[in-house]
Design a protein around this ligand. Structure first.
Ligand SMILES: *[C@@H]1O[C@H](CO)[C@@H](O)[C@H](O)[C@H]1NC(C)=O
Ligand SMILES: *[C@@H]1O[C@H](CO)[C@@H](O)[C@H](O)[C@H]1NC(C)=O
Ligand SMILES: *[C@@H]1O[C@H](CO)[C@@H](O)[C@H](O)[C@H]1NC(C)=O
Ligand SMILES: *[C@@H]1O[C@H](CO)[C@@H](O)[C@H](O)[C@H]1NC(C)=O
Ligand SMILES: *[C@@H]1O[C@H](CO)[C@@H](O)[C@H](O)[C@H]1NC(C)=O
Length: 488
């Protein structure tokens, strides 16, 4: 039985993956760390910054967050940016992926609103600070901190936000494009839209089940495509930078070795990474998504599908709107078909339930996060096969722990995941050109507050100066970067 034989080979690989790879990272491969504005900056109302959707919601309903905290001060990186740069420099990182806070640049959303000069200046000195230390800036334009004034006009549900985003993006290209050559339009659109507009796991907590995620994503994809084309036409010939898109994806492994479970695994990949990357690489949503949401919407008596349609022009505009793909990857789940969801919902449309596996190591502070290094390699291979081996950056990958400097679990996670990445590059031929660990500092981890920690560097949130102390994993990652090997 062919299936059984393949299954067995696969079992061997599972146990073998504990051994670390002795390959070296390719000569041009770059290492970095990633962060986002709201999670680290603080200085919420300083220097003319406008309110964002997180400020607005968490000030009104602090109980939404596990420990009742918010990002008002966070790591105070708005003031302590020089110390952050020293930590990144000392790590030996080649690049720093950080985000710009939209409401620092355009605090009020009225037509003709003025650019906030202090906001522009802040990132100016920050970018110059990185470059003076030989660290390449990689800028995320949108990492979830939407100006509240835009949300009051419908936020990502309102098609006119595409123009608002384009105005903002143009300001960034003009202000920083002479020095910034790596741009990411959006971070994790699934989380923005499905969690923020369909559900209530993320600001703005809209709870528009079965509709919010699709409309939001449609506008966000159009904003990405138009920004890419705008840069291509107006800035790229002179600035010669690259524009990408960072999408989160777990790896989804069939729970059992059955045809149905294998189909469910493929389907959830198309409904997660494919939802965004299929349009950006190939022009439209994955056909399995179009077919299912159209059919289920009709069954539910919607006059038109809940999944919006791109026009022919939009498809042409979107197709190939990337210079690199960004992959945020943390964990693997097992999948099985399920129709046990309320309707309408993304869950029912996709028709897959994810399972955690009790045999896999689980984060003590984030129960959905499991350590499954081989899942990372399979995800990379899947993307390579789906999209004709595009250039890829791992734009986030990391492990959550509690407090403490002896973070052996994180060390295990980093060495094993990077080891699988080496195999993806050397044995599977994946075109991965860089990797950013999430994240340099413990930070405000959204609804988990400060209770879960992803940092290579511990931050004392009780101390008014937010004291930073490198962990063991910082030293290990530093050695990996300098030796360009996982076994050191
Ligand atoms: C790893 O490869 C190097 C040569 O590149 C070799 O010297 C070393 O012994 C190998 N280490 C292990 C643990 O296999
Ligand atoms: C959508 O945004 C535009 C301006 O950006 C505004 O005029 C319009 O009222 C908004 N629509 C809704 C439904 O809020
Ligand atoms: C979300 O909406 C549903 C009805 O569709 C409601 O039952 C539920 O309580 C709402 N959740 C929140 C957190 O508002
Ligand atoms: C979602 O978009 C469709 C158009 O594709 C529109 O008809 C519908 O009203 C929108 N829903 C919401 C809740 O904005
Ligand atoms: C921060 O404050 C603590 C005491 O609260 C002190 O031990 C530490 O040296 C300070 N760190 C910096 C960088 O000033």
């Amino acid at each position: 039985m062919l299936i059984k034989v393949i299954y067995c080979v696969f079992c061997l690989r599972l146990s073998a993956s504990i051994e670390l790879s002795n390959y070296s990272f390719p000569k041009d491969f770059v290492f970095g760390v990633a962060s986002s504005s709201y999670q680290i900056e603080g200085a919420t109302y300083e220097d003319g910054k406008g309110e964002n959707i997180w400020d607005y919601n968490l000030h009104r309903k602090p109980e939404i967050v596990f420990d009742g905290t918010n990002g008002d001060v966070a790591c105070d990186s708005y003031h302590k940016w020089e110390e952050d740069i020293s930590l990144i420099k000392n790590l030996g990182a080649n690049f720093y992926r950080f985000s710009i806070a939209w409401p620092r640049i355009l605090p009020s959303c009225n037509v003709g609103a003025k650019i906030n000069k202090k906001g522009i200046e802040h990132y100016d000195k920050f970018i110059n600070g990185l470059l003076s230390k030989g660290i390449t800036p990689m800028v995320t334009m949108y990492h979830w901190d939407l100006p509240q004034c835009l949300e009051e006009m419908g936020g990502w549900m309102n098609a006119s936000i595409v123009d608002d985003f384009l105005i903002y993006a143009n300001i960034l290209f003009e202000a920083y494009g002479d020095r910034v050559k790596h741009w990411i339009t959006f971070n994790e659109p699934f989380q923005v839209c499905e969690y923020g507009y369909s559900g209530t796991e993320m600001a703005p907590f809209r709870n528009l089940t079965g509709v919010g995620g699709y409309n939001c994503s449609h506008h966000l994809l159009l904003a990405h495509g138009r920004t890419y084309r705008h840069y291509e036409k107006k800035f790229k010939p002179i600035q010669k930078g690259k524009v990408g898109f960072a999408v989160n994806s777990g790896w989804f492994e069939p729970k059992e070795d059955t045809e149905e479970d294998r189909r469910s695994s493929e389907r959830v990949m198309q409904f997660s990474y494919g939802w965004y990357m299929h349009p950006v690489v190939l022009g439209n949503y994955p056909s399995v998504m179009i077919d299912r949401v159209d059919a289920i919407s009709a069954e539910e008596n919607y006059p038109v599908s809940r999944l919006p349609k791109f026009t022919k022009e939009e498809i042409d505009m979107l197709r190939g709107s990337f210079d690199f793909l960004g992959v945020n990857h943390y964990s693997t789940a097992q999948t099985k078909f399920s129709d046990n969801f309320h309707r309408p919902s993304f869950g029912y449309d996709c028709g897959v339930a994810p399972y955690t596996n009790p045999d896999w190591a689980t984060s003590t502070t984030l129960p959905g996060l499991q350590m499954v290094p081989w899942g990372f390699r399979r995800l990379m291979k899947w993307i390579k096969d789906q999209y004709n081996n595009p250039p890829m950056y791992v734009t986030e990958n990391g492990w959550a722990t509690g407090a403490g400097l002896e973070d052996n679990e994180r060390v295990r996670y980093i060495t094993q995941y990077l080891s699988e990445l080496l195999k993806a590059i050397h044995e599977d031929g994946c075109n991965v050109i860089g990797y950013a660990y999430w994240t340099i500092l413990d930070n405000f981890e959204w609804l988990s507050g400060f209770s879960t920690k992803f940092g290579l560097v511990q931050v004392d949130f009780q101390a008014s100066n937010r004291t930073r102390t490198p962990r063991k994993s910082y030293e290990v990652y530093k050695k990996i970067i300098s030796s360009r090997k996982v076994i050191v």
